[in-house]
Write a protein that binds this ligand. Structure first.
Ligand code: LLP
Length: 444
């Protein structure tokens, strides 16, 4: 597999995807036709090789540009299947959990608490207690209410704390995935002085915060916004030093690096790291450098996955693009319907007859917005063909749902030419494992 993990040209096959001598697609060296035969469709196909290559490329770029005082924390919300986490475990990564459920995923992968960081707004009291008992190594406090709750907890063990700041920066991305602006749901406001007050209050209450954190949003293509965020956080850090004489040890600028699903510009790790280096170079002399952290999710997980579908019914109305239905859809990938996300795709089988042309690939869910690929240019697709939709490793499996009573797909992990089922296909019976009839409805 080519190790150029950040492709330069649009519309080439993604990392790890190749055609074999018969023209059929392989991923991570494994035949997709064979996977479809063995495990059925729809199928999430995950490559440990690609995930590791992507994570390593980020680690290397950050260390090369910024030296050793840098850490990378994989945002598990992008994909938290334990076998996938396990494939990343031997790399020098931290792991971000958005809830206790994701902490459990990490536990199942054998990741120790010291490498876990707990995020999230409106954490439950139970999550606070489990964290205080040592389930994670670090907590990122989201807001003043949460800070108050932490101050009331008598024993917090050796837990470390960071404060999530809303730095007042809105990157150009879909409004549902922009998080760094003012007046939103995440973080303590910087501009009004609330963040500074929170730091002071924590200090007075004997809860020393050791880091500042901001997450600006997702699918961010411009590196400059990270430099601006870091600059603002470093100003806050300096202001805190002025009054306390203490430098906060860490500054984390979150995740959000864009991948190229279609025509987007990928944010390369080098550009990302260089923007942070630039912000550091603008700081006054004598200001000690903090440890820098980032939290990529999508940049690691998205290219590490593709989804395999089987083509079923199709129809065509004169004057319109053909509509071809596959055996999955918005239940296994909500992103096109929710964010208007555009994906690349290819027919798995090579050769065949007919010209490429625009087609709407739709799912089998009862929503007219259940369109996986709108006007994608593909070779003719007939019943039984296999379709691979690329870069679906992030925010598909964790956001999957059983709408219309359609069970969720299985996931298979590929590593060095081997494949193994790592998430079983749900069955119709599984959908009802939480169901009960009320006692008065039971028969005699
Ligand atoms: N750190 C924090 C605090 C986050 O909230 C997130 C994502 C990340 C890191 C990782 O961001 P990434 O590198 O993956 O962009 N469901 C949406 C994305 C929601 C992202 C939520 N937070 C989507 O499918 O586009």
């Amino acid at each position: 597999m080519a190790l150029d993990t950040w492709p330069k040209e649009a519309h080439t096959l993604p990392l790890g995807v190749e055609r074999d001598p018969q023209g059929n697609l392989t991923f991570s060296g494994v035949s997709l036709k064979e996977l479809a035969q063995t495990y059925g469709t729809p199928l999430y196909v995950l490559s440990a090789d690609v995930a590791r290559a992507r994570a390593q490329a980020i680690l290397q770029a950050f260390h090369r540009v910024l030296g050793p005082r840098v850490y990378v924390s994989y945002a598990m919300k992008a994909l938290y299947i334990p076998a996938f986490l396990s494939a990343l475990k031997d790399l020098p990564l931290q792991f971000d959990a958005a809830s206790y459920g994701e902490v459990v995923a990490a536990q199942k992968a054998g990741i120790p608490p010291s490498r876990l960081r707990l995020h999230g707004n409106n954490k439950t009291d139970r999550e606070l207690e489990l964290a205080a008992q040592g389930a994670v190594g670090e907590v990122i406090i989201d807001n003043l209410d949460e800070l108050e709750r932490w101050l009331r907890l008598p024993r917090r063990g050796s837990l470390r704390f960071s404060l999530r700041v809303a730095p007042g920066i809105s990157p150009h991305t879909h409004e549902y995935i922009a998080t760094g602006g003012r007046g939103g749901k995440f973080g303590v406001d910087l501009e009004s002085g609330e963040a500074f007050l929170a730091l002071r209050e924590a200090e007075k209450g004997g809860l020393p915060i050791q880091g500042l954190h901001a997450h600006l949003g997702s699918q961010i293509q411009e590196a400059e916004v990270y430099a601006e965020a870091l600059h603002r956080l470093l100003d806050l850090r300096a202001a805190f030093f002025e009054v306390t004489g203490r430098w906060l040890a860490e500054v984390n600028v979150g995740g959000g690096a864009a991948v190229r699903y279609d025509r987007e510009k990928e944010l390369s790790p080098a550009a990302w790291a260089e923007s942070l280096a630039h912000a550091l170079s603008r700081r006054p002399r004598g200001e000690p450098r903090p440890v820098l952290g980032i939290e990529p999710g999508r940049a690691i997980a998205a290219p590490a996955g593709l989804t395999l579908y089987r083509v079923g019914d199709s129809h065509r109305v004169e004057g319109f693009a053909p509509v071809v239905a596959v055996d999955g859809g918005m239940g296994d990938n909500i992103r096109p319907a929710l964010y208007g996300a555009v994906y690349g795709a290819a027919r798995v089988e090579g050769g065949g007859e007919g010209e490429e042309g625009p087609v709407h690939v739709v799912g089998r869910y009862c929503e007219s917005g259940d369109i996986l690929l709108r006007g994608a240019v593909l070779p003719p697709l007939k019943r039984g063909d296999l379709l691979a939709v690329f870069l679906t490793g992030a925010y598909t499996h964790p956001m999957a749902m059983a709408y219309n009573g359609i069970p969720r797909p299985a996931a298979v992990l590929l590593e060095k030419g081997r494949h193994s089922l790592v998430w079983e296909r749900e069955t119709e019976q599984d959908l009802f494992r939480f169901h009960r009839l009320a006692p008065w409805q039971e028969g005699p």
